[in-house]
Structures are given as structure tokens and as C-alpha cells.
Write a protein that binds this ligand. Structure first.
Ligand code: SF4
Length: 496
């Protein structure tokens, strides 16, 4: 095991992210005392106001370098990460496509450079010099920034997104680390019933806080889990509460991430359509029955096609389909086939994820051989971009996660005019989001970008049993916070 040791500093998150670029499945020991380091180590020692020393021994590679401290902690952190990146790149011969850029929202960096009036080649120069980003990833990121710019530039400060979490799924996918509750488990129906009651209560509390303020809802997003794991009646009940309690006259988009094709039927589609849902996801992940079986999805390719067709017949004219590159049992040919078949169906959006294996997922214990080779998955994401752009799908939102094969990205593509606003806003972190339900994260964004986050419980039983405690803020603090945010926005506007 590789030990990473810090003296006079703690750059655990940043260092781990850089080292993982080169040793993705390695486990590290984190220490704060160099006497205890093992045979292979990276020691980072900060001498305040002077230099940061990097001493490293991994296999045949032994280095001892001094990196200059930056003018502030952020700059020092970037200097250390860059130096470590260069050492490891030289030692392993690897040149990660995203370079040393490890954050989950790379598009934001481009957006802020565009705001400064910088041109494409200048922005590439800055990011390439600072993070060694490749031209290919830069181009994807830059195009994504351009395609979301209109949505961000026209975003009204007084608009809010409403997120509703449904933490149930029909079965557990092998790559899933989400705390979704399988509806096949004992007692699931009772739990779902109690959950829906509490969820509607929480929605009413949020509505009480928003109503009477200048804020209005402009997007609604039901995510999960699988919202259509609920019965048509429960789905309809929750949608009705949203419609009755909130003023949705300014609502531009109402998404239900239906997700699993095996949970979609005519009654649920009608409940969503009648409830004013404008966008849904029907996610096959793969169009190979053997891959679906291997990853624990209990639907077939035919079932996906039925669900998609039924959604079209019910009148849904904005459907997104998710796919994943690098699934166990899949290969480049299989992934290409999935994409081509999906493109033939002409959904308005196709999201291309890269497999992420997080702790907590069943797959996490598998050996490296169980996963596709990094370079094969990289070719798949490039192929996706080419095939989708040849069919007029444009990248409009992008994010990265830890522990993704090849450190690659997840990219949402859509036909022009069908970009999901909620996805853009949540990745940019500039809009207020009010969240109800399990795993919900309410975010209030002050001018200048400071975010106040209030988290809900992740598990349904906790959500139900500790509901009163959890919703205290929504009863007592949320309305005041919204009103004072409003005052700050107004003051900011009048200073312009
Ligand atoms: S559908 Fe999504 S949330 Fe549900 S088990 Fe599969 S990956 Fe997890």
C-alpha cells in the first residue's frame, strides 16, 4: 500500500485525486508522521512561507523536489498538485486526458474565463498551462460551456428549482452506491406509503416558506432512485401536491427521471402527463440483454423499447435516455451498438455516463479485470461524441466523479432547444435549489457564490422517523433566509 504523509499541511483530497489519476484502484494510507511510512510513500512537507517539499518513492521512482509556496493556500495546493502530476506522469508514462484537472465541474472554469471576455485559444492556453488538459477534453468542455450559456445568462435571480427525491428502485444495479431502497424487500410497501405521506408534508412546508416571497419555481425535478418505482396513484398524489402548493406559472420545465423501463407503464405515464410533466428519462444504460443481466437490471432491451414507445404515444416529446460506457460485460462494439440504436429512436437527449465504481456498490469488490480497459472506455466516449454530433446532439452539461474509469466524464447531450435547465443549473451552482425527500440537498446561493446547504436524511426510515427534527429549518428558518437573500439580490442590482 502506498502511504501519503503530510507534514504541516493537509492536502488529502487534492493529493489523493492526483495520485488516483495514475493508480486508480490503489488504496492509500494517510499519515501525519513520516516515521511510520512504509516502503512506498509520498511525503508532502510544507515549510510555511517558503517551499513545499515532495519526497516520493514508488517502485523504481525516487524523487525529492521543492515546490514554491503560492501566495495563498489555493495557489500552494495547485503548485503541489502540478508538481506531483508531472512526476507521476513521467514515472508511469501516462498522460491523463483531463490533465491535473480533478474537480467535478470543469465547465465552470471555462464559463468564468468566458465571462472575463477571453477567447477560445486564450482559455485553452490557460487551462493547458495550468492543468495540462488535452485539446479533446478542452474542446468538449468548451462546447458544453457555449451550449449552456444562454440558459445561464438568462437565469433570473428570483427563480428556484424544486428537487423531489424518491429513494426506491425495483432492484439494485451492481454499480450503484446510491442508498436506494429495493421495492422487493420486506416491508417496502409500508415504507413507501409512510414516505409518500412525509414527502407531501415536506413539500407543503417548503411551499409555505416560498409563497409570499418574490421567489418562484422555474424547474421541478423528480429524481432518485427511480420515481416511477412508486405506484401511479402515489406519483399522481405527489405531483398534485406540487401543483396545488406552489405557483408554477413561471415553471419552464418539469422533469421526472422515470429511469428504469421496468417501472414504466401506461397509468404512470398518464399520471405524469396529466400532472404537467414536460420531460422524462427512460434509461436503458445498455441495449444488450447480457450486459443488463450482468449489471443487475431486471428489464430487457425489448422492455426498454416498449417503455419508450409508450412514452411517445402518451405524448412525451422530450425524452432523455442514459447510457454508460465501460459497463461490465460490454465492449466497444456493444457500446457503439447501444448508441446507434438509441440515435435511431431519436430521443431529445442522450446522456453518456462513464462507469464509476464507488465504495458501497456491489462491483466495488471486483478485481481490475472485471472492468473495461481505460483506453477502450476513452475511445467509447470519443465515439459517442462523434456519433452524437453527427446526429445533431450537442453537449450541454458535464460533470466528473471520483473513481470513474479512466477519470473520464459524464456528458449530457441534447438536440438544440431540449437542454435540461435543471441539470445546467445544478452543475453551475448559481441557482437556489429547494429539496424535498431523501438525499435532498437544499442550496441557497448568496451573491458572490457562498452556498448554504441543508441536507435531508438519506435513508427512508430515518427520513420518516426523524422528520420533525429534519424539517425544523424549513419550518423556522427557510422563509427568513429567502427574504434576506432577496434583499441582498435587490441591493446588488441597485449597485449595478
Ligand atoms: S436505477 Fe439508479 S438509483 Fe436505482 S439501483 Fe440502479 S443505479 Fe441505483
Amino acid at each position: 500500500m502506498l502511504d501519503i504523509c503530510f507534514i504541516n499541511c493537509d492536502l488529502k483530497y487534492e493529493t489523493e485525486a492526483v495520485v488516483k489519476l495514475f493508480f486508480p484502484l490503489e488504496h492509500f494510507g494517510f499519515l501525519y508522521d513520516e516515521e511510520n511510512v512504509g516502503d512506498e510513500y509520498i511525503i508532502i512537507e510544507n515549510v510555511p512561507g517558503q517551499t513545499v517539499g515532495i519526497r516520493l518513492k514508488i517502485g523504481e521512482c525516487e524523487r525529492n523536489e521543492a515546490v514554491s509556496s503560492g501566495e495563498n493556500a489555493k495557489e500552494t495546493e495547485e503548485n503541489v498538485c502540478r508538481a506531483l502530476y508531472l512526476i507521476l506522469s513521467e514515472f508511469t508514462g501516462k498522460k491523463p486526458e483531463w490533465g491535473a484537472l480533478t474537480g467535478i465541474r470543469p465547465v465552470r472554469k471555462i464559463n468564468s474565463l468566458l465571462d472575463e471576455g477571453k477567447a477560445r485559444n486564450e482559455i485553452f492556453g490557460i487551462l493547458n498551462e495550468k492543468y495540462f488538459i488535452s485539446e479533446g477534453k478542452f474542446s468538449l468542455c468548451y462546447d458544453t460551456a457555449l451550449n449552456q450559456r444562454l440558459a445561464l445568462k438568462t437565469l433570473d435571480n428570483n427563480s428556484i428549482s424544486l428537487y423531489v427525491g424518491i429513494p426506491f428502485c425495483p432492484s439494485r444495479c451492481s454499480y450503484c452506491s446510491f442508498v436506494s431502497h429495493s421495492i422487493t424487500s420486506k416491508g417496502a410497501m409500508k415504507l413507501m406509503d409512510g414516505y409518500v405521506r412525509k414527502l407531501t408534508e415536506e413539500l407543503k412546508l417548503i411551499a409555505d416558506a416560498v409563497n409570499g416571497t418574490p421567489f418562484y419555481i422555474n424547474t421541478v425535478y423528480f429524481g432518485g432512485g427511480t420515481p416511477t418505482a412508486l405506484s401511479a396513484e402515489d406519483l399522481s398524489r405527489i405531483i398534485s401536491v406540487v401543483r396545488q402548493e406552489f405557483d408554477l406559472r413561471g415553471c419552464e420545465e418539469f422533469t421526472v427521471e422515470a429511469g428504469r423501463p421496468d417501472t414504466i407503464d401506461r397509468d404512470k405515464l398518464c399520471a405524469m402527463k396529466e400532472g404537467g410533466v414536460t420531460r422524462i428519462s427512460v434509461n436503458p444504460q445498455s441495449l444488450s440483454d447480457s450486459v443488463l443481466k450482468k449489471i443487475g437490471r431486471i428489464h430487457t432491451v425489448d422492455r426498454f423499447h416498449e417503455a419508450f414507445e409508450l412514452a411517445r404515444k402518451t405524448g412525451f416529446d422530450n425524452i432523455n435516455c442514459d447510457t454508460i460506457a465501460g459497463l461490465p460485460g460490454d465492449d466497444e462494439q456493444g457500446f457503439e451498438n447501444t448508441l446507434k440504436e438509441l440515435i435511431k429512436l431519436s430521443p431529445e437527449g442522450i446522456t453518456v455516463h462513464t462507469l464509476t465504481v464507488k465504495t458501497g456498490a456491489r462491483l466495488a469488490g471486483s478485481s481490475r479485470d472485471a472492468f473495461a480497459d481505460d483506453s477502450a472506455v476513452s475511445r467509447e466516449t470519443k465515439l459517442a461524441r462523434r456519433l452524437l454530433s453527427d446526429s445533431s446532439y450537442l453537449p450541454y452539461y458535464l460533470y466528473r466523479q471520483k473513481n470513474t474509469i479512466g477519470n473520464l466524464e459524464n456528458t449530457g447531450y441534447s438536440k438544440k432547444g431540449y437542454e435540461c435547465l435543471y441539470n445546467i443549473y445544478i452543475m453551475d451552482e448559481t441557482q437556489n435549489i429547494l429539496a424535498a425527500g431523501c438525499g435532498g440537498s437544499t442550496k441557497l446561493v448568496a451573491p458572490g457564490g457562498k452556498i448554504k446547504r441543508v441536507l435531508n436524511y438519506k435513508y427512508p426510515y430515518e427520513y420518516i422517523s426523524r422528520f420533525d427534527k429534519m424539517t425544523e429549518y424549513k419550518r423556522q428558518g427557510l422563509k427568513n433566509d429567502l427574504l434576506s437573500l432577496c434583499k441582498t439580490y435587490n441591493a446588488e442590482r441597485s449597485n449595478l
